[in-house]
Design a protein around this ligand. Structure first.
Ligand SMILES: *Cc1c(COP(=O)(O)O)cnc(C)c1O
Length: 369
Protein backbone atom coordinates (compact mmCIF):
# COMPACT_ATOMS: atom_id res chain seq x y z
CA UNK A 1 0.00 0.00 0.00
CA UNK A 2 1.37 3.45 -0.83
CA UNK A 3 1.00 6.44 1.44
CA UNK A 4 -0.35 9.73 0.22
CA UNK A 5 2.87 11.53 1.01
CA UNK A 6 1.59 14.78 -0.43
CA UNK A 7 -1.23 14.86 2.12
CA UNK A 8 1.25 14.03 4.87
CA UNK A 9 3.46 17.04 4.06
CA UNK A 10 2.98 20.17 6.14
CA UNK A 11 0.38 22.55 4.74
CA UNK A 12 3.02 25.21 4.14
CA UNK A 13 5.10 22.89 1.99
CA UNK A 14 2.03 21.66 0.09
CA UNK A 15 1.40 25.24 -1.00
CA UNK A 16 4.99 25.90 -2.13
CA UNK A 17 6.25 26.38 -5.64
CA UNK A 18 9.93 25.50 -6.04
CA UNK A 19 12.34 28.36 -6.81
CA UNK A 20 12.90 28.64 -10.58
CA UNK A 21 16.59 29.20 -11.22
CA UNK A 22 18.06 30.66 -14.41
CA UNK A 23 18.49 28.05 -17.13
CA UNK A 24 22.00 26.53 -16.93
CA UNK A 25 24.23 26.96 -20.00
CA UNK A 26 24.69 23.19 -20.41
CA UNK A 27 20.93 22.64 -20.46
CA UNK A 28 20.43 25.10 -23.31
CA UNK A 29 23.27 23.49 -25.27
CA UNK A 30 21.70 20.07 -24.74
CA UNK A 31 18.11 21.03 -25.50
CA UNK A 32 18.66 23.38 -28.43
CA UNK A 33 21.95 22.12 -29.85
CA UNK A 34 23.40 25.64 -29.54
CA UNK A 35 27.18 25.98 -29.13
CA UNK A 36 27.77 29.58 -28.17
CA UNK A 37 25.57 30.47 -25.25
CA UNK A 38 25.42 33.81 -23.47
CA UNK A 39 23.97 33.54 -19.97
CA UNK A 40 22.59 36.75 -18.53
CA UNK A 41 20.09 35.07 -16.24
CA UNK A 42 21.47 34.80 -12.71
CA UNK A 43 23.31 38.06 -11.96
CA UNK A 44 26.69 36.36 -11.94
CA UNK A 45 29.93 38.34 -12.26
CA UNK A 46 30.89 38.20 -15.96
CA UNK A 47 34.58 38.71 -15.12
CA UNK A 48 34.69 35.42 -13.25
CA UNK A 49 37.18 34.65 -10.50
CA UNK A 50 40.22 36.73 -9.77
CA UNK A 51 43.54 35.00 -10.33
CA UNK A 52 44.37 35.17 -6.61
CA UNK A 53 41.15 33.35 -5.70
CA UNK A 54 41.70 30.72 -8.36
CA UNK A 55 45.20 30.00 -7.10
CA UNK A 56 44.13 29.89 -3.46
CA UNK A 57 41.30 27.47 -4.23
CA UNK A 58 43.59 25.24 -6.27
CA UNK A 59 46.12 25.13 -3.45
CA UNK A 60 43.34 24.28 -1.01
CA UNK A 61 42.00 21.26 -2.93
CA UNK A 62 44.25 18.95 -0.94
CA UNK A 63 42.26 19.83 2.21
CA UNK A 64 38.98 18.51 0.85
CA UNK A 65 39.38 15.39 2.95
CA UNK A 66 38.98 17.45 6.13
CA UNK A 67 35.85 19.01 7.54
CA UNK A 68 35.83 22.79 7.18
CA UNK A 69 36.31 25.09 10.17
CA UNK A 70 32.73 25.13 11.46
CA UNK A 71 33.29 28.58 12.96
CA UNK A 72 34.81 30.03 9.80
CA UNK A 73 37.33 31.87 11.95
CA UNK A 74 39.64 33.12 9.19
CA UNK A 75 36.84 34.44 7.00
CA UNK A 76 35.10 36.06 9.96
CA UNK A 77 38.35 37.72 10.96
CA UNK A 78 38.72 39.14 7.44
CA UNK A 79 35.13 40.42 7.60
CA UNK A 80 35.79 41.98 11.01
CA UNK A 81 38.74 43.86 9.54
CA UNK A 82 36.80 44.93 6.49
CA UNK A 83 33.66 46.11 8.25
CA UNK A 84 34.87 47.11 11.71
CA UNK A 85 32.26 44.97 13.46
CA UNK A 86 32.76 42.41 16.23
CA UNK A 87 33.22 38.78 15.38
CA UNK A 88 30.21 37.73 17.47
CA UNK A 89 27.94 39.74 15.15
CA UNK A 90 28.73 37.64 12.07
CA UNK A 91 26.93 34.50 10.92
CA UNK A 92 28.18 32.65 7.86
CA UNK A 93 25.79 30.95 5.47
CA UNK A 94 25.72 28.57 2.52
CA UNK A 95 24.92 31.58 0.39
CA UNK A 96 22.93 34.38 1.99
CA UNK A 97 19.79 32.41 1.13
CA UNK A 98 20.82 30.01 3.87
CA UNK A 99 20.81 32.89 6.35
CA UNK A 100 17.42 34.18 5.18
CA UNK A 101 15.98 30.77 5.96
CA UNK A 102 17.73 30.51 9.33
CA UNK A 103 16.29 33.89 10.35
CA UNK A 104 12.75 32.80 9.47
CA UNK A 105 13.16 29.51 11.34
CA UNK A 106 14.50 31.20 14.47
CA UNK A 107 11.81 33.86 14.78
CA UNK A 108 8.69 32.74 12.93
CA UNK A 109 6.12 30.02 13.54
CA UNK A 110 2.82 29.34 11.79
CA UNK A 111 1.02 31.69 14.16
CA UNK A 112 3.12 34.66 12.94
CA UNK A 113 3.17 36.94 9.91
CA UNK A 114 6.04 38.06 7.69
CA UNK A 115 5.99 41.23 5.58
CA UNK A 116 7.65 41.71 2.21
CA UNK A 117 6.89 43.67 -0.94
CA UNK A 118 5.22 42.75 -4.17
CA UNK A 119 7.90 41.97 -6.84
CA UNK A 120 10.46 41.26 -4.08
CA UNK A 121 13.06 38.49 -4.10
CA UNK A 122 11.42 35.05 -4.46
CA UNK A 123 13.17 33.51 -1.47
CA UNK A 124 11.07 35.58 0.99
CA UNK A 125 7.74 33.98 0.08
CA UNK A 126 9.40 30.55 -0.04
CA UNK A 127 10.90 30.65 3.47
CA UNK A 128 7.66 32.15 4.85
CA UNK A 129 5.46 29.56 3.20
CA UNK A 130 7.74 26.69 4.21
CA UNK A 131 7.03 27.52 7.84
CA UNK A 132 3.34 27.95 7.16
CA UNK A 133 3.43 31.55 8.41
CA UNK A 134 1.16 34.27 7.04
CA UNK A 135 2.78 36.28 4.22
CA UNK A 136 1.73 39.93 4.09
CA UNK A 137 2.65 41.22 0.63
CA UNK A 138 2.49 45.00 0.38
CA UNK A 139 1.82 46.60 -3.03
CA UNK A 140 4.89 48.02 -4.73
CA UNK A 141 5.25 51.73 -5.46
CA UNK A 142 7.00 52.55 -8.75
CA UNK A 143 8.08 48.88 -8.76
CA UNK A 144 9.94 49.34 -5.45
CA UNK A 145 9.28 48.80 -1.73
CA UNK A 146 6.63 51.12 -0.31
CA UNK A 147 7.99 51.52 3.21
CA UNK A 148 4.93 53.47 4.35
CA UNK A 149 2.68 50.59 3.32
CA UNK A 150 5.06 48.10 4.92
CA UNK A 151 4.99 50.01 8.19
CA UNK A 152 1.20 50.19 8.12
CA UNK A 153 1.03 46.42 7.53
CA UNK A 154 2.75 45.54 10.82
CA UNK A 155 0.48 43.54 13.14
CA UNK A 156 0.89 42.16 16.67
CA UNK A 157 1.77 38.79 15.17
CA UNK A 158 4.40 40.19 12.75
CA UNK A 159 7.87 38.92 13.54
CA UNK A 160 9.87 39.60 10.41
CA UNK A 161 10.15 42.08 7.54
CA UNK A 162 12.31 41.47 4.48
CA UNK A 163 13.67 44.44 2.54
CA UNK A 164 15.86 43.80 -0.48
CA UNK A 165 18.05 46.84 -1.05
CA UNK A 166 18.41 46.98 -3.97
CA UNK A 167 15.64 44.57 -4.84
CA UNK A 168 15.91 41.69 -7.27
CA UNK A 169 14.37 41.58 -9.92
CA UNK A 170 13.39 45.28 -10.05
CA UNK A 171 16.75 46.87 -9.13
CA UNK A 172 14.83 49.48 -7.09
CA UNK A 173 16.24 50.71 -3.79
CA UNK A 174 15.45 52.73 -0.69
CA UNK A 175 17.67 55.62 0.34
CA UNK A 176 19.28 56.44 3.70
CA UNK A 177 16.61 58.77 5.02
CA UNK A 178 13.68 56.54 4.12
CA UNK A 179 15.23 53.43 5.56
CA UNK A 180 16.33 55.17 8.75
CA UNK A 181 12.83 56.58 9.28
CA UNK A 182 11.40 53.15 8.70
CA UNK A 183 13.69 51.54 11.28
CA UNK A 184 12.66 54.24 13.74
CA UNK A 185 9.01 53.38 13.22
CA UNK A 186 9.25 49.58 13.45
CA UNK A 187 8.64 48.13 16.92
CA UNK A 188 11.61 46.27 18.36
CA UNK A 189 9.82 42.89 18.46
CA UNK A 190 9.86 42.87 14.65
CA UNK A 191 13.11 41.76 13.01
CA UNK A 192 14.04 43.79 9.93
CA UNK A 193 16.25 42.00 7.41
CA UNK A 194 17.96 44.33 4.98
CA UNK A 195 19.16 42.08 2.18
CA UNK A 196 22.19 43.75 0.58
CA UNK A 197 23.16 41.10 -1.96
CA UNK A 198 24.18 43.89 -4.39
CA UNK A 199 25.81 46.13 -1.78
CA UNK A 200 29.15 46.47 -3.61
CA UNK A 201 27.43 47.79 -6.75
CA UNK A 202 24.80 49.86 -4.97
CA UNK A 203 27.08 51.62 -2.51
CA UNK A 204 28.54 53.62 -5.40
CA UNK A 205 25.43 55.75 -5.04
CA UNK A 206 25.72 58.58 -2.49
CA UNK A 207 22.23 58.17 -1.08
CA UNK A 208 22.58 54.45 -0.57
CA UNK A 209 22.64 53.73 3.18
CA UNK A 210 25.65 52.49 5.10
CA UNK A 211 23.40 50.33 7.21
CA UNK A 212 26.24 48.85 9.30
CA UNK A 213 26.42 52.12 11.21
CA UNK A 214 22.84 51.59 12.40
CA UNK A 215 23.36 48.21 14.07
CA UNK A 216 24.17 49.78 17.43
CA UNK A 217 20.89 51.73 17.43
CA UNK A 218 18.61 49.01 16.07
CA UNK A 219 19.16 45.61 17.71
CA UNK A 220 16.32 44.20 15.55
CA UNK A 221 18.26 44.94 12.32
CA UNK A 222 19.94 42.12 10.39
CA UNK A 223 22.06 42.90 7.33
CA UNK A 224 22.77 40.11 4.85
CA UNK A 225 25.43 40.16 2.16
CA UNK A 226 26.90 37.63 -0.24
CA UNK A 227 29.96 36.58 -2.20
CA UNK A 228 27.74 35.41 -5.07
CA UNK A 229 27.39 38.69 -6.93
CA UNK A 230 30.18 41.29 -7.12
CA UNK A 231 32.75 38.84 -5.69
CA UNK A 232 31.88 36.31 -8.37
CA UNK A 233 31.63 33.19 -6.16
CA UNK A 234 28.02 32.14 -6.85
CA UNK A 235 28.96 28.49 -7.38
CA UNK A 236 30.68 28.14 -4.02
CA UNK A 237 27.72 29.32 -1.93
CA UNK A 238 28.88 31.72 0.74
CA UNK A 239 27.11 34.67 2.32
CA UNK A 240 26.83 36.19 5.76
CA UNK A 241 24.78 38.31 8.10
CA UNK A 242 25.78 41.02 10.53
CA UNK A 243 23.49 41.53 13.49
CA UNK A 244 23.22 41.99 17.23
CA UNK A 245 25.32 39.23 18.88
CA UNK A 246 22.23 37.71 20.52
CA UNK A 247 20.65 37.22 17.11
CA UNK A 248 23.89 35.79 15.70
CA UNK A 249 23.99 33.40 18.65
CA UNK A 250 20.43 32.24 17.95
CA UNK A 251 21.13 31.72 14.24
CA UNK A 252 24.19 29.74 15.19
CA UNK A 253 22.08 27.26 17.17
CA UNK A 254 20.21 25.97 14.14
CA UNK A 255 22.92 26.47 11.54
CA UNK A 256 24.29 23.25 10.03
CA UNK A 257 27.68 22.82 11.73
CA UNK A 258 29.60 22.84 8.43
CA UNK A 259 27.31 24.96 6.26
CA UNK A 260 30.20 26.72 4.50
CA UNK A 261 32.69 24.41 2.82
CA UNK A 262 36.50 24.55 2.80
CA UNK A 263 36.89 25.99 -0.68
CA UNK A 264 34.19 28.59 -0.12
CA UNK A 265 35.87 29.79 3.09
CA UNK A 266 39.23 30.06 1.37
CA UNK A 267 37.88 31.73 -1.76
CA UNK A 268 35.81 34.28 0.16
CA UNK A 269 38.71 35.21 2.43
CA UNK A 270 41.04 35.82 -0.51
CA UNK A 271 38.33 37.55 -2.58
CA UNK A 272 37.78 40.04 0.21
CA UNK A 273 41.41 41.14 -0.06
CA UNK A 274 41.40 41.51 -3.84
CA UNK A 275 40.06 45.05 -4.06
CA UNK A 276 41.39 45.45 -7.63
CA UNK A 277 39.17 42.71 -8.99
CA UNK A 278 36.19 44.12 -7.13
CA UNK A 279 36.85 47.61 -8.51
CA UNK A 280 37.12 46.20 -12.02
CA UNK A 281 33.88 44.29 -11.60
CA UNK A 282 32.04 47.40 -10.42
CA UNK A 283 33.42 49.54 -13.26
CA UNK A 284 32.50 46.90 -15.82
CA UNK A 285 28.99 46.80 -14.43
CA UNK A 286 28.62 50.57 -14.57
CA UNK A 287 29.71 50.64 -18.23
CA UNK A 288 27.46 47.69 -19.12
CA UNK A 289 24.49 49.32 -17.41
CA UNK A 290 25.05 52.47 -19.52
CA UNK A 291 25.28 50.33 -22.64
CA UNK A 292 21.94 48.65 -21.89
CA UNK A 293 20.13 51.85 -20.90
CA UNK A 294 21.37 53.72 -23.98
CA UNK A 295 20.21 50.91 -26.22
CA UNK A 296 16.77 50.69 -24.57
CA UNK A 297 16.42 54.47 -24.75
CA UNK A 298 17.20 54.45 -28.45
CA UNK A 299 14.45 51.92 -29.13
CA UNK A 300 12.04 53.48 -26.65
CA UNK A 301 11.84 50.35 -24.49
CA UNK A 302 10.79 51.15 -20.92
CA UNK A 303 13.13 49.83 -18.20
CA UNK A 304 13.44 50.17 -14.44
CA UNK A 305 16.59 52.05 -13.31
CA UNK A 306 18.67 49.59 -11.27
CA UNK A 307 21.40 49.74 -8.63
CA UNK A 308 22.22 46.06 -9.11
CA UNK A 309 24.12 44.14 -11.80
CA UNK A 310 20.94 43.50 -13.78
CA UNK A 311 18.15 45.48 -15.36
CA UNK A 312 14.49 44.71 -15.99
CA UNK A 313 13.13 45.84 -19.33
CA UNK A 314 9.58 45.89 -20.65
CA UNK A 315 9.50 43.75 -23.80
CA UNK A 316 5.72 43.27 -23.95
CA UNK A 317 5.46 39.52 -23.56
CA UNK A 318 8.37 38.46 -21.35
CA UNK A 319 7.86 34.70 -21.61
CA UNK A 320 7.63 34.79 -25.39
CA UNK A 321 10.68 37.00 -25.90
CA UNK A 322 12.61 34.85 -23.41
CA UNK A 323 11.82 31.76 -25.46
CA UNK A 324 12.80 33.43 -28.75
CA UNK A 325 16.07 34.65 -27.21
CA UNK A 326 16.87 31.10 -26.05
CA UNK A 327 16.79 30.01 -29.67
CA UNK A 328 19.39 32.72 -30.36
CA UNK A 329 21.57 31.27 -27.61
CA UNK A 330 20.81 34.01 -25.07
CA UNK A 331 19.56 33.10 -21.60
CA UNK A 332 17.69 35.86 -19.75
CA UNK A 333 15.15 35.64 -16.95
CA UNK A 334 11.39 35.91 -17.50
CA UNK A 335 9.79 37.39 -14.37
CA UNK A 336 6.09 36.63 -14.68
CA UNK A 337 4.87 33.99 -12.23
CA UNK A 338 5.84 34.61 -8.64
CA UNK A 339 7.42 37.99 -9.49
CA UNK A 340 4.24 39.26 -11.14
CA UNK A 341 5.98 41.13 -13.97
CA UNK A 342 4.92 39.24 -17.13
CA UNK A 343 5.82 42.11 -19.48
CA UNK A 344 9.39 42.28 -18.25
CA UNK A 345 12.63 40.40 -18.77
CA UNK A 346 15.43 40.63 -16.24
CA UNK A 347 18.84 40.77 -17.88
CA UNK A 348 22.14 40.52 -16.03
CA UNK A 349 24.88 42.92 -17.08
CA UNK A 350 27.52 40.88 -18.91
CA UNK A 351 30.75 41.64 -20.72
CA UNK A 352 30.32 44.41 -23.34
CA UNK A 353 30.38 41.78 -26.10
CA UNK A 354 27.74 39.69 -24.32
CA UNK A 355 25.51 42.73 -23.78
CA UNK A 356 25.86 43.50 -27.45
CA UNK A 357 24.93 39.96 -28.49
CA UNK A 358 21.89 40.15 -26.26
CA UNK A 359 20.83 43.52 -27.67
CA UNK A 360 21.26 42.41 -31.29
CA UNK A 361 19.25 39.26 -30.60
CA UNK A 362 16.58 41.27 -28.81
CA UNK A 363 16.14 43.66 -31.74
CA UNK A 364 15.88 40.67 -34.04
CA UNK A 365 13.19 38.84 -32.04
CA UNK A 366 11.26 42.07 -31.46
CA UNK A 367 11.48 43.01 -35.16
CA UNK A 368 13.27 46.26 -34.33
CA UNK A 369 15.89 45.93 -37.04
C1 LIG B 1 21.33 36.79 -5.44
C2 LIG B 1 20.56 37.27 -4.26
C3 LIG B 1 20.82 36.79 -2.98
C4 LIG B 1 22.02 35.95 -2.70
O1 LIG B 1 21.95 34.66 -2.93
P1 LIG B 1 23.12 33.71 -2.42
O2 LIG B 1 22.37 32.66 -1.68
O3 LIG B 1 24.02 34.47 -1.52
O4 LIG B 1 23.78 33.24 -3.65
C5 LIG B 1 20.13 37.30 -1.91
N1 LIG B 1 19.20 38.24 -2.08
C6 LIG B 1 18.92 38.74 -3.28
C7 LIG B 1 17.93 39.82 -3.40
C8 LIG B 1 19.59 38.26 -4.41
O5 LIG B 1 19.29 38.73 -5.61
Amino acid sequence: MTCDFFQQATLGVQGLHPYQPGKPIEELKREYGIKNVVKLASNENPLGLSQSVLEAVQADLINLTRYPDGNGFTLKKALVQKHGVNMDMITLGNGSNDILELIARVFVTLTHSVIFSEHAFAVYPIVTQAIGAKAIVTPAKDWGHDLTAMQAAIRDDTRLIFIANPNNPTGTWVNKTRLKNFLDAVPEYVIVVVDEAYFEYASENRDYPNSLTWLADYPNLIITRTFSKAYGLAGLRVGYSISHPTIANLLNRIRQPFNVNNLALTAATVALEDSEHLKKSIALNRAGMEQMMNAFNQKGLPYIPSLGNFISVNVGEGAKVYELLLRQGIITRPIGGIYGMPQYLRVSIGLPSENDKFLQALWKVMNFE
